[in-house]
Design a protein around this ligand. Structure first.
Ligand code: M6R
Length: 615
């Protein structure tokens, strides 16, 4: 949560930082600010609201030619989103300036100590405590900024990605990370620091992903120095080549990133499969799996840890991997797993699923699993992310950047990877017959086209959405593989339209939720042909008898449900195991259009941020 952008070089810093902050608004967007330093003085502008609000303020002050600046877009943790709590935060001396992503957990005790020594605080933030702690170290120990930051951070408990500068030494930035990401772009006599690489892709392809507990000293026109916070040991920077392009992170003519990302799914799934699925030969190549095949095949159990939409993909994995391999699978919310003293055996395989690869709870769960000796496999989308680095091995979904806060293509590509894993293992341990395996492999290859064909219903789905405009609640029902899809559909609706929505296994309805059904209640039912179809039809009858409004997702050519439901959205027929990849698409579109029609900010829903890097 929170986006950081900093620049030091020969260009005018402010426009670069502002443009970069706009790209990072998916990380938080409740308040924002920028500090820049020209030859003479420090200029700080902050405001509650979005980067566009900050731009409006910048337009009212004289142009700024500074070539060093720090910017921040915030998702509030400590203190309400207002101008004072917005970052950058400044130390009492007025010399040190910081932007911070993360939480300083022991900030209250540090604040008390600093107050005893005469420090005063304007904001409610933990960040202001940290910058004054750095000043305190500098005052007492008379050390350079880098050393002061290092000593201060050794007293801190929590998570951080920070960039700091000293107005008396405006040729230097100090950056450090623990638990929150930081990328450093190396341009031609210029450097960029940001929460991810998107703010600087048009300036450089050379990037250093700062490692955990490392600190970087970045001096204008000089080489970067990186050292470990713990023991001061200098480390050789590892410069990687960025694969991202500007096109990947622009809306490309769509009204919202979410819509673009929904429509990108055929290609995203294709990219997930590329080079991994040779359908004619019946071969699945996942080198990470091949190299560690025995760990999987000997595992008595697979544990899956994830949050949000990725957890829903994990639920699909439970059905699919158990079906295909007969290896028991358990799925856990990473946030629960990490605190409940879980039983983990050294021969367990833990699969961590995360689009961003930065989710704090999932990272903590991985660390616990590793400490207890389990083998950890990561499924991530963001290349070079923390989870991709700390897991023993894993594979990328290759969905391309997902910028809309509501996860769409991440979900379908995660399930695609899971299908590859299930098929690979099912073949390897002989639980899938040769013909079953071949049938699934052929079907998997056809999924991008099937997804594409669902878009023909776009206009109809938009019309269906209109009937939700005034709804306060909604129920989503599905059975078997479509139960996680019901949960995912409900999550999509609530997060972007603010309509209260719940997903249930269809058969559970009669154990309570059915009491909610009346003629005001929309019920979205996933009723695809394969798997429990007749049972779901009975559930639809039950809703119909209680006058609920039914929106059904059905297989092409369905007649039975069409007679009962108020609206039917058709999707292509598929095996039960791959149905979630298809049945989720109309639900994404439905939520999207409902949210748009209710005037909601689809890409930046209230109170949310794309990657949850705090607990
Ligand atoms: O990056 P991750 O997949 O680890 O993120 C997990 C959740 O925060 C994420 O899926 C969240 O639930 C989305 N906003 C759902 O659309």
């Amino acid at each position: 949560m929170c986006g950081i952008v900093a620049y030091i070089g020969n260009q005018q810093a402010q426009p670069i930082v502002i443009k970069g902050l706009k790209r990072l608004e998916y990380r938080g967007y409740d308040s924002t600010g920028i500090s820049s330093h020209d030859e003479e003085s420090l200029h700080t502008l902050k405001t509650a609201g979005k980067v566009s609000d900050l731009e409006a303020i910048i337009a009212t002050v004289p142009a700024n030619t500074a070539t060093v600046a720090l910017g921040h877009t915030r998702w509030a943790t400590h203190g309400v989103p207002n101008d004072v709590n917005a970052h950058p935060q400044t130390s009492n001396s007025g010399n040190l300036v910081i932007v911070h992503n993360g939480i300083i957990e022991n900030y209250a005790s540090l604040k008390k100590e600093l107050q005893h020594r005469g420090f005063t605080f304007q904001s409610d933030t933990d960040t202001e405590v940290l910058i004054n702690l750095i000043q305190d170290v500098q005052d007492k120990e008379n050390v350079k900024l880098g050393k002061a930051v290092q000593i201060a951070l050794s007293q801190v408990i929590g998570a951080y990605a920070i960039v700091v500068f000293d107005r008396r030494k405006p040729n230097e930035l100090v950056a450090a990370r623990l638990g929150s990401p930081l990328a450093i772009g190396i341009g031609d006599e210029e450097f960029f620091v940001a929460s991810d690489a998107t703010p600087f892709i048009e300036y450089t392809k050379n990037v250093i992903y700062l490692e955990e507990e490392h600190l970087a000293i970045i001096r204008r026109n000089k080489a970067i120095k990186i050292r470990k916070i713990e023991d001061d040991l200098e480390v050789e920077p590892y410069v990687e080549k960025l694969q991202l392009s500007l096109e990947n992170i622009q809306k490309g003519g769509y009204d919202h990133f979410m819509l673009k990302e929904i429509f990108e799914q055929p290609k995203a799934i294709q990219d997930t499969l590329r080079g991994r699925l040779l359908s004619q030969e019946g071969v699945i190549t996942l080198s990470s799996l091949r190299e560690h095949e025995n760990r999987f095949l000997k595992a008595k159990r697979i544990l899956i840890v994830a949050c949000g939409t990725s957890w829903h993909a994990g639920l699909v994995a439970e059905y699919l991997i158990e079906d295909f391999t007969r290896i028991p699978v358990e799925v856990e919310y990473a946030s629960e797993f990490r605190y409940r003293n879980p039983i983990i055996y050294p021969d367990d395989v833990v699969i961590a699923i995360s689009q961003s690869g930065e989710t704090a709870d999932t990272i903590a769960a991985i660390n616990i699993a590793k400490e207890k000796g389990a083998f950890v496999y990561g499924i991530c989308n963001v290349v070079g992310s923390t989870i991709s680095r700390i897991t023993h091995t894993g594979c990328y979904t290759h969905a391309g950047p997902e910028i809309g806060v509501a996860s769409t293509k991440a979900f379908t590509t995660q399930i695609t990877v899971i299908a590859l894993i299930g098929l690979y293992l099912g073949k390897a341990n002989g639980t899938l017959s040769r013909s079953q395996y071949q049938e699934y492999v052929t079907e998997l290859e056809s999924l991008p086209n099937k997804v594409e064909s669902i878009f023909a219903s776009q206009t109809y789905i938009e019309e269906v959405a209109a009937s939700f405009e005034t709804s306060q609640n909604c129920i989503y029902l599905g059975r078997g593989y479509n139960f996680p899809v019901a949960l995912e559909g409900a999550l999509k609706l609530k997060e972007i339209s603010y309509i209260h929505a719940e997903g249930y296994p269809a058969a559970e309805m009669k154990h309570g939720p059915i009491a909610l059904i009346d003629k005001e209640m929309p019920v979205v039912v996933i009723a695809t042909k394969k798997g429990y179809y007749e049972k779901v039809v009975s559930n639809i009858q039950e809703i119909k008898s209680r006058e609920g409004r039914i929106i059904a997702i059905v297989s092409k050519g369905d007649t039975q449900v069409k007679e009962l439901a108020d609206y039917c959205i058709e999707i292509p027929d598929s095996s039960e195991s791959f149905a979630p990849i298809l049945s989720t698409i109309p639900l994404q579109l439905l939520s999207y259009y409902i949210a748009v029609q209710r005037g909601c900010n689809v890409d930046q829903p209230r109170n949310l941020a794309k990657s949850v890097t705090v607990e």
